[in-house]
Design a protein around this ligand. Structure first.
Ligand SMILES: Nc1nc2c(c(=O)[nH]1)N[C@@H](CN(C=O)c1ccc(C(=O)N[C@@H](CCC(=O)O)C(=O)O)cc1)CN2
Length: 297
């Protein structure tokens, strides 16, 4: 098998270019007296979630968006969290906000997401906004899209890759990635044919062999091997796991074995692929919402 041929879907460089564009759009908004503000709610002190939230605030500073942080202890009750949600729903400095996921097990994620003001949902995960994605097959989207699915499409588009007529296999049916990415890719502006595989899929190997594009979002380290792929496939490695590097240090690992680069035509590295795009798309959602609120979009 030939090795090392895949071209890289460089999320880091693409996200940097998007952030530069957003910085200009934020300046236009501010000149019109509109100050976009992102709120974050973090419950607990999981190191990954703490790092992601810190990154969101750093990104906001970089592009000129105000940010508001609500960090709560692990034992915060569902009612206490709902009170913070109500506070941000009514906070005029916060034009959009997110609740960092996953939440501790004693809190019902569905109840929390549903309590958010859908017009302030910067993650596109409120059931109203997910419903808008289900309902809207071809018109312009005027509600926020979940950040990782939106980042996948943007990463491909900015590398000149069209999914029209392509057979896309999504591995993973989670609410933040797998399910919404399937909806996004089957809209008429993308026109892909999507197969959504999950733990109940009987013959994943057969599906992988036929897929022109694989979006791996299962969260199982290196589950997709080079030999599983159709030669020339486009591979987006979205899964994030932290594994021991053998010296007691936790390192980020994707769902795709790095040797897959020898078979794929395009591959997103992990880290450095879809992760930075997720961060950039959150900023894009905040800016787009502020532009709509100001009648500029
Ligand atoms: N409310 C939300 N919660 C979660 C989301 C989300 O979109 N909204 N997605 C993930 C976490 N996440 C953002 O919140 C996120 C994940 C990964 C990255 C990223 O840039 N990863 C780096 C590697 C980082 C590392 O070393 O740990 C990369 O891929 O290069 C950014 C954001 C779950 N929760």
């Amino acid at each position: 098998m030939e090795t090392g041929t895949a071209q890289i879907l460089d999320g880091k460089a693409t996200a940097a270019a998007i952030k530069a564009e957003l910085t200009e759009r934020v300046a236009v908004l501010k000149a019109k007296g509109v100050v976009p503000g992102l709120g974050t709610i973090l419950v607990g002190s999981d190191p990954g979630s703490t790092w992601y939230v810190g990154g969101k605030h750093k990104d906001c500073t970089e592009v000129g968006i105000t940010s508001i942080r609500r960090d709560l202890p692990e034992d915060t009750s569902q009612d206490e969290l709902l009170a913070v949600i109500r506070e941000l729903n009514g906070n005029s400095e916060c034009t959009g906000y997110i609740v960092q996921l996953p939440l501790p097990k004693h809190i019902n994620q569905d109840v929390i997401l549903e309590a958010m003001d859908p017009e302030k949902d910067a993650d596109g995960l409120h059931p109203m906004n997910l419903g808008r994605l289900v309902a809207n097959v071809s018109g312009p989207m005027t509600s926020p899209l979940p950040c990782t699915p939106k980042g996948c499409v943007e990463l491909l588009t900015r590398h000149g890759i069209s999914l029209k007529g392509k057979r896309v296999l999504v591995v993973g049916r989670g609410v933040t990635i797998g399910r919404p990415v399937g909806l996004l890719l089957t809209r008429k502006d993308v026109n892909a044919t999507v197969i959504l595989a999950h733990t109940g899929t009987v013959d994943l190997a057969a599906e992988l062999r036929q897929a022109d594009v694989v979006i791996a979002a299962a969260g199982v380290p290196h589950m997709i091997k080079a030999a599983d792929l159709k030669p020339g496939a486009i591979v987006l490695d979205v899964g994030v796991s932290r594994v021991d590097d053998g010296n007691g240090k936790a390192v980020v690992t994707g769902d795709v074995d790095p040797a897959a680069a020898g078979v794929a035509a395009w591959i997103s590295p992990n880290p450095g692929g879809v992760g930075p795009m997720t961060r950039a798309m959150l900023l894009a959602n905040v800016v787009e919402t502020a532009e709509r609120q100001a009648g500029l979009a």
